[in-house]
Write a protein that binds this ligand. Structure first.
Ligand SMILES: [Zn+2]
Length: 400
């Protein structure tokens, strides 16, 4: 059996950053470097596995007959915000609670990053200050592989049949594309992709996006009186017509928001782009209505202006599915309790691939990995929490 940390350190050294400008699948060829390695390692363990034409690795470990197949999913790619090339992880044993120097320029001070205070005495894997670490989600990959390694080397231990799925392109929102529910074959599953080991994430936002186009009227400013309609100015007015309380910087927990992500404008025309989020689908619909209302008000105020609003839905809150089929949650609750852990049900203020899997017929809440401060140079892995997650995933699949 291989040490799980060694696995993690091997995976993070492979650059697998996805590419949001690419139309290819997977978006970046280099993501396959890790997918192929995982395929090879599954085969080495004697686990039936394949890499499909879309760069997804599927694997199947048979278990006790008559028991439901449990799915385990994680992603191979890393975030776009900062490079994942030449990751040089550093290990801090028995962390003393002090400032962690990453390199000459960057350090992690527990005053600025208070989470570190939870990890005194823990062993941490940190970056060299130049890249991200890639714990999101190579910690998830390593946890799943460590559990499979354990089961293969302890054949007397009875467990559920397990279906495995490693996806590319999660960071650019394309992870669940080409998901083959039938091939995967799990009755329900767990995405191992985020942070705290005692969290079960079973709610996420309902998501939509809005594109607003404002047509103004340009005319020489010297003769503009009662004729000019300055679309750039109307863009600001449009935004001001939306409820000011519904902004990301004013909301938390299950409160929804409209987030203005992009605006461009000149006299003749202006465009605004928003993402719209709410855990409650009815409230999301109300938020959408505010956009149409703002457009009507703007057109009334400025005769001649044309304000068009185009709204499309993106993903949905998996709670809907998990409420209808609570087996994944009940099963997880039992596994956590068997280890003496009281799970915390945390609403995700974002999306998760598990939401899409859920709506495609495989209910799939999200679990942690023990890695923190994702998508940046301050990312770190807590060895204590990572090992705890391995025990939790074992408890999910092993029979009591
Ligand atoms: Zn992730």
């Amino acid at each position: 059996m291989e040490n799980a940390l060694d696995r993690f350190l091997r995976y993070v050294k492979i650059d697998t950053q996805s590419d949001d400008t690419s139309e290819a699948t997977p978006s970046a060829e280099k993501e396959l470097d890790l997918s192929r390695l995982l395929l090879h390692e599954l085969h080495e363990l004697g686990i039936k596995a394949e890499l499909d034409e879309y760069g997804r690795v599927y694997g199947w470990l048979p278990g006790e007959k008559g028991l439901p197949t449990i799915g385990l999913n994680s992603h191979v790619d890393t975030a776009l915000e900062i490079s994942g090339a030449n990751v040089r992880p550093q290990i801090i044993e028995n962390y003393d609670g002090g400032v962690i120097r990453l390199n000459d320029e960057f350090s992690m001070d527990p005053h600025r990053f208070p989470r570190l205070k939870n990890h005194i005495g823990d062993s941490l894997v940190v970056t060299s200050g130049d890249t991200l670490l890639g714990g999101d989600d190579k910690a998830g990959d390593a946890i799943i592989m460590a559990v499979l390694d354990y089961l293969v080397h302890h054949p007397h231990i009875k467990h559920h049949p397990i279906a495995i799925l490693f996806t590319p392109d999660e960071e650019i929102g394309r992870g669940p594309e080409h998901f083959n529910r039938e091939k995967f074959g799990a009755e329900w599953g767990y995405t191992i992709d985020w942070a705290e080991p005692n969290f079960i994430e079973c709610e996420n936002f309902n998501a939509a996006h809005a594109d607003i186009h404002i047509q103004g009227a340009s005319i020489h400013p010297g003769e503009a009186k009662d004729k000019m309609i300055n679309a750039a100015r109307l863009a600001g007015e449009f935004d001001a017509l939306l409820p000011a309380k519904d902004r990301p910087e004013k909301t938390e927990m299950r409160e929804g928001f409209n987030h203005l992500t992009f605006v461009t404008g000149e006299v003749e025309k202006a465009e605004l782009h928003y993402i719209i989020r709410n855990h409650d689908r009815h409230l999301l619909e109300k938020q959408k209505e505010e956009f149409h209302k703002a457009a009507r008000v703007l057109e009334e105020r400025h005769p001649g202006a044309v304000v068009s609003v185009k709204i499309e839905d993106d993903y949905r809150n998996m709670k809907e599915v998990l409420d209808a089929d609570p087996r994944a949650l009940e099963h997880a609750e039992k596994a956590f309790r068997s280890l003496g852990i009281k799970p915390v049900y945390n609403p995700i203020r974002g999306g998760t691939d598990g939401a899409t899997f859920s709506f495609l017929g495989c209910p799939c809440p999200n679990l942690g990995t023990g890695s923190y401060h994702h998508h940046g140079r301050y990312e770190f892995l807590s060895l204590r929490d990572f090992n705890q997650m391995i025990e939790i995933v074992k408890a999910l699949v092993v029979l009591e």
